[in-house]
Ligand binder design. Structure first.
Ligand code: SF4
Length: 87
């Protein structure tokens, strides 16, 4: 299991989550300038996330959920988050 970033992140990309993640598994960061500009949202690496939950309360648009609590209409974001790390 991992945490998932969903629809509200699109166009938001606040990055407050990036600053608190203890295992740096949220990308692209603002330091990854080209990737950050190219992506419409941020993604969590499911293989690295330790499910600590610290990112959830940092998100100003409540875009991050534990996978088991992800609203059903955003189920596609499980694969969208993972896909970013398979490129
Ligand atoms: Fe990082 Fe913890 Fe959020 Fe996973 S749950 S993305 S480890 S801050």
């Amino acid at each position: 299991m991992a945490h998932i970033i969903a629809q509200p992140c699109i166009g938001t990309k606040d990055t407050a989550c990036v600053a608190v993640c203890p295992v740096d598994c949220i990308h692209p960061t603002k330091d990854e300038t080209e990737k950050f500009a190219a992506e419409e949202m941020l993604y969590i690496d499911p293989d690295t996330c330790i499910d600590c939950g610290l990112c959830v309360d940092e998100c100003p648009v409540s875009a991050i959920f534990p996978q088991e609590d992800l609203p059903a209409e955003w189920a596609e974001f499980i694969e969208r988050n993972a896909a970013y790390y398979k490129k």
